[in-house]
Design a protein around this ligand. Structure first.
Ligand SMILES: Cc1cc2nc3c(=O)[nH]c(=O)nc-3n(C[C@H](O)[C@H](O)[C@H](O)COP(=O)(O)OP(=O)(O)OC[C@H]3O[C@@H](n4cnc5c(N)ncnc54)[C@H](O)[C@@H]3O)c2cc1C
Length: 408
């Protein structure tokens, strides 16, 4: 009987039938796979145990132009592709969800500028994000407003050529490591959603302070922290879009960023499936490999099937974004991908722990970390309850033909 030693090189044999990538995109996926296997996988356990932000992984991404997949060539990228971004996050998250999140968070923090920035704002900010010189953050959540983001209290008061920001954000990914925050605050406190505006705030702006960095269950290398604004003066030219357009922008951003979290979930699920498969091949009980016991074989089959179904949904959303689809159809499919891929991530990583038995529960084996990392994917960028509400709301707007005649 051979046990897979902890830290053994993971052999990703899973071949998906879904491959809508162009030859060039496949080449880039090959590069990401190689970097993930050779450079990121060996660091994953240490990133988790040290809970330190992995600047070396950021440097690896910079050297290999990985941030470039998020941006157009005119802004220093290699040509933005949502599909390729999702594939890259998936590949990285197979070995290290914190590293996958570096790309996902960069996209989350950049989308406001990409979607609503003026040409001047794009020229000013995007090239430094595309090279990875700057990391970005998206600051929406507050202590009293998570799912109910319109209940935010942070304010932005106009004084001549500046807005004066006051308030505090909580649970902000990349707090303390980002050079740029896209911040949502109320320019009209009485106007509800319509009173929210968005601003680019550079990290060194006087009055911006990073507070507590939270210790947490998983994705431990990623920073999650408080960001405070104390009479923080932001130039008017840093406002994204018009006054009062911030809430709509925040939602348009989430339509495009939630698939990134779905990709993180799918990567975790596939990575855990691959590891459990390899383990089940070599671990023997009652005279044969556990993979040949039908209950284990059935679990492996379900895990693989769910990953493949999740991938179908996810890649479809990537293709829709690249085709420029907007509004309801995107909102619905993006929420579906986030919901499905991340529920699959939680279930499949839990099953992987079960397949490894006692070893699955031990930190030396990666599935324990993967299960802890998976949990957050069901919570951030809108909890999965909120995704269900979003999907149902879009369904109720649709005018469907009902084919079966019924009592009413
Ligand atoms: C590690 C981490 C990183 C994060 N990164 C960021 C970031 O970069 N930027 C950012 O802005 N935010 C970030 N967040 C915040 C995150 O998006 C919120 O925590 C999340 O949206 C939930 O908000 P909440 O925690 O206030 O929960 P609440 O809104 O208080 O919800 C509590 C529970 O009630 C449920 N619930 C709430 N309302 C309803 C409803 N109407 N119907 C049914 N159920 C409901 C929720 O699903 C949840 O189960 C991060 C959070 C964490 C933990």
């Amino acid at each position: 009987m051979t046990l897979i030693s902890a830290g053994a090189a993971l052999d990703f044999r899973a071949v998906s039938v879904l491959d809508p990538l162009t030859d060039e995109q496949r080449e880039i996926r090959g590069l990401v796979r190689r970097l993930a296997a050779e450079r990121v996988a060996p660091r994953a356990a240490e990133i988790d145990s040290s809970a330190e932000f992995p600047w070396d992984v950021v440097e690896l991404f910079r050297e290999n132009d990985l941030f470039g997949v998020l941006y157009d060539e005119e802004h220093g990228g290699i040509g933005a592709s949502a599909l390729l971004t999702l594939v890259a996050i998936e590949e990285l998250s197979k070995v290290c969800a914190t590293s996958g999140l570096i790309l996902a968070a960069q996209e989350l923090g950049s989308l406001g500028i990409k979607l609503a920035g003026s040409d001047e704002q794009k020229r000013r900010f995007l090239p430094r994000l595309a090279s990875g010189e700057w990391l970005a953050a998206y600051a929406l959540t507050e202590p009293e407003s998570g799912s109910d983001s319109a209940a935010m209290r942070s304010s932005a008061r106009r004084e001549g050529d500046v807005y004066v920001l006051n308030g505090g954000k909580r649970f902000i990914t990349n707090a303390g490591v980002a050079s740029l925050y896209v911040v949502f605050a109320k320019t009209d406190p009485d106007a509800g959603h319509a009173g929210i505006s968005a601003f680019v705030v550079e990290a060194d702006t006087p009055g911006l302070k990073v507070g507590r960095i939270e210790p947490k269950m998983g994705i431990k290398g990623s920073t999650t922290g408080e960001v405070f604004f104390d009479d923080c003066r932001v130039p008017v030219e840093n406002r994204l879009g018009g006054e009062g357009e911030g809430f709509r922008l925040a939602m348009r951003i989430l339509d495009r960023s939630r698939p990134g979290i779905a990709a993180q979930g799918l990567g975790l699920a596939q990575g855990a499936t691959d590891y459990a498969l390899e383990y089940a091949r070599s671990r023997e009980t009652m005279g044969k490999p556990i993979a040949e016991h039908q209950l284990i074989a059935g679990m492996l089959a379900d895990m693989e099937t769910r990953c493949e179904a999740a991938r179908g949904l996810l890649y479809k959303v990537g293709q829709l974004i690249d085709e420029g689809v907007e509004g309801g159809p995107l909102t619905k499919l993006s929420a579906m991908a986030k919901l499905y891929c991340t529920d699959v991530a939680m279930d499949v990583t839990t099953d992987a722990v079960q397949i490894l038995g006692g070893y699955g529960y031990i930190s030396e084996y990666p599935v324990e970390r993967m299960m802890r990392d998976a949990k957050i994917t069901q919570i951030y960028e809108g909890t999965n309850q909120i995704q269900r509400l979003v999907i149902a709301r879009e369904m109720l707007k649709e005018n469907r033909t009902v084919l079966l005649a019924g009592a009413n």
